[in-house]
Each structure stands twice: as C-alpha cells, then as structure tokens.
Design a binder for this molecule. Sequence first.
Ligand SMILES: [Zn+2]
Length: 324
Amino acid sequence: MERKNLITFFIGILMGCSLLACQSNASEQTQTEQADMPVVPAFCADSSYAFIKAQTDFGARVPNSEAHRLCGDYLVATLERYGAQVINQYANLRAYDGTVLNARNIIASWNPASQNRLFFCAHWDSRHICDEDTIVSNRNQPVMGANDGASGVAVLLEVARLVSLQQPHVGLDIILFDAEDYGHGDVENSFCLGSQYWAMNPHVSPYNAKFGILLDMVGGKNPVFAKDQVSMHFAPDIANFVWDRAAQLGHGNVFVPTQGGGIIDDHYYVNLLAKIPCIDIIHYREGVGFPDTWHTTNDVLENIDKNTLYAVGNVITHILYESR
Ligand SMILES: [Zn+2]
C-alpha cells in the first residue's frame, strides 16, 4: 500500500506506503458464556502462526511466480476445507512497469444467501522488490512477506477454521486480494490493483455487507494499530466500535485510540469504489511509519510475534460472533 498524510490524502498525492493445541486461550470461552453474551470461540495464535509458515514455505508470493500460483491453490483448498464457497476471480492487471500480472482474488463465503453479512479481507501477494532494505544489493529481491501479506491472511484462515466449527449469526466473506503490493510510490493507484478490480467488479452483483475489516501487517513485533485517516473518513463509527471493543478485551496497548496515518490500502478502494464501509487494522506509527521489516529482507517468519496475531484475531473473532 502507499501512505498519505491527511492533507495530501484530501488534495491528491503523496505516495509513500495441523492445527496446534491452544489451551492457553481456553478460558476465553468460559468467560463469554455468561448471561446472554454470545459464545465466542477461542482464537488460536499458534494455529494462525502455522498458517503464516504454510504461506512462506511456498516462497515469496509475487504475482506470475510458481510460488504465487501454488499458494493460491493452497488458500482455496484450505478455505474450502473449512466449508466456504470459494470464488476465484482472475484478472490480468497491468502494473506500473507494464508487467501484466496474472492476478487472482480469492473470495470465500459462508452462508452466502444471507443479506446480513460482514467481510474480512487481506492481501495474499507479496512484494516483488525489497526496495526499503538498508542493504542496496538486497533491493532487487522479492519480499517474503511473513508480515506484509501472510499475517493478515493467516489470521483470516484461523477465523475460517473457527467458522467451520461454529457458525456465526451473520454471513461472512473472507476476501483475499491479489496484486496489492506490486506498486511504485510515484505512480498513483499503482498499489492495490486486486482490490481496485474487485471494487469495480464484485464477485456477486450487487454485493453488500454491513462493513468490512482489512488486516495488513498484523503479526509484527511491538505493533501500534491506530485509527488511520482513511478509515476515520469513510467509516468512523466502525473504527471507533472496533477500537472500543479491543480496549474492552484488554488490547488497548496495541489498539491505541489515536489517529494514525493516511493509508491508501485496499480499504480505500473498497470505500471509494464499492462504497462499502471498510476499516484497516495496520501496523503504522505516526512519525515513524511502517514496521522496520516493511519491504525488506527481514520480513520473515522469525520476526512474527504470536501475541500480535492473538490480539488482532481475538478482536475480530469477537466482532464476528457478537454481530447479529
Ligand atoms: Zn507491502
């Protein structure tokens, strides 16, 4: 994605931007079984971590690569195994450098007939170049994307596993956007090609949902998730609701209730083009920027923190199962 500060956001342009046992979280279910509170299944960080490893084991998932194709097949098979109806949305998308990307948005739906639905989304591709690496000779390597891409997908795969065990009250779509990260900071709208395509060509028409939540870089160390300016412009009620719930669940140190950067991520195009409110949970600290591993050779599994996966997964699992 690219990043914009508030001023440039409104006037135009500044680019920047095997299941494992989970006893440790088991108490959560007991806690939520009281009174008329819905039973919220326990999000398992170990499981979501394993879903990151499964993706990075393919290698960097750069569009047009074999690793990308095979990982896409893995994601579809996994989502179908968890009971989703899956649509592959293929599109040839032209990148800033003229490369035609064989892109594949993956949309997994549960209870697709329901008009009362939410969606969660993430991008599943990884970037073609480590152009933020401090070592110049690394900058032509692809990004492994353990955090930038795989972490959001992994949290959503764990949610999919929970949904296979316990249906929420609302319909759910998990949308995995492709070709998010094959952009150039100086070329407007060159990031988020998959979400731009989906927002103009939804997988079913008309598509509607109450709101959506985008996850991007949700597995790093020392995270800060602030309310980014695009989310607050298009969907302030949703952002406030999610951050308030996060604080109630004990994640207020991670979901900080301050304004974040102006992030042009997939949610921007969902809001702008599909006109469905969608917020972004993304690691970005105002004045510091994205995490140190961003678009570098350090964006690898060893730099993932399970506590971060848990905080985000715990929050969105509650949002899903508490929705009526
Ligand atoms: Zn990226």
